[in-house]
Design a protein around this ligand. Sequence first.
Ligand SMILES: Nc1ncnc2c1ncn2[C@@H]1O[C@H](COP(=O)(O)OP(=O)(O)O)[C@@H](O)[C@H]1O
Ligand SMILES: [Mg+2]
Length: 391
Amino acid sequence: MQSKKVAPFKAGGVVEPPFFVGREQELRTLVKNAQNLTQNSVIIGPRRYGKSSLLHNIKIRIEANSDIIVPMINCREMSNLNDFCDITIGTILKSYEKRHRLKGLFSSFHRVLHDKILNGFKAVSEIGGSVERIGEFYLKFREKEIPEEELVRQTFEFIHNFIEEKNLQMVIVYDEFQKTDTFNGFLYELFKSSMDRENKVKYFFSGSSLSLLKRVFLRENSPLYLMTSKHFMRPLIDEIVTKFVIHRFETQRLSIEEKSDLLFHELTGGIPFYIQKLGLLCWEQTLIEEKTKITSSLVLNAFKKMLEELDGEFEARIISRFSDQQRKIIKSFSQSKSLRMVEIAKAMDCKTSDISSAMSRLVNAMVLGKDKEGNYYLIDEVFRRWLSSQI
Ligand SMILES: Nc1ncnc2c1ncn2[C@@H]1O[C@H](COP(=O)(O)OP(=O)(O)O)[C@@H](O)[C@H]1O
Ligand SMILES: [Mg+2]
């Protein structure tokens, strides 16, 4: 009987071992920060580098080894402060219920948001305590008796009261935190007061914009200045990528030709999403061609296919996100991985002072990186290879 084929890679969504690899150092430090409740932390990294997966694995480790609850809040779906409150409270209640195998808290809170006012009132008054209190503020908010700012303040009050009432410790994670950038900045002041006041809560933030990091966490006049430890996500190193790929293919009895394994790091620049995607496409190819060995040409073909699949996205990226000048700068990387500012300026037939502000905007947006020697490079190596293929 033929054994069942299981995809050896997973591209998209958060991943856990055995699909999650490396990041040991970050895991150790961040889990320690969280477990001792000593540090608030910020994780900064470009898209697809594995921030959400790292946070997810931090949560798993903490919850397996302590009583600390780790609500994971995604800011992606928030478009205003009201959403911030709903999602924060809702996620905390859901995490608590899951941990204590309870039901009813979240559904009562949900009724306060959406049901008739009277039903909402009834639902939370049956629960009492901190949930009733925040529920009452919500009902006032719905009746327009209090402004949105007050609701946000009360959300932090709720965190405080809930923790005291249930005798909890929490690490609250805000993923995609750059989304809060357009909200009223007093949100950050409330975070700061909460950090000063609570010793049973720590906050973890993650985001994919350097300007957020600079503005919110590194600027002296920001309330969150010096309140967090900072962690930068890097691509995975070649050694880890190679081992991972060999091992994943092995689970499907696929061997990989010598040197072809190195292609996975080289072509993807070590960016986790692309490694998995490329692995997946190679695997599919072995099924179609009924092969048991991954060869260089198979990897290269799969990579070509990956570029085709990403075509629409990259096309949209280059068209919509950048100014003409930024586009020219970006395109100058299609021929070389790393360039000095003078070389870019020369290629564009202008002075460095003409492009320096566009360059720093690209660095802040995490499109470009700058190495220790002062060379610039495109953060997304696959995007760069796509650009080369367009010429
Ligand atoms: N540590 C890792 N090991 C292997 N693959 C990973 C790892 N982290 C992320 N990935 C891959 O990258 C994809 C995107 O990861 P994700 O955590 O969503 O990134 P981000 O939040 O930075 O955009 C995952 O679906 C997975 O395929
Ligand atoms: Mg993410």
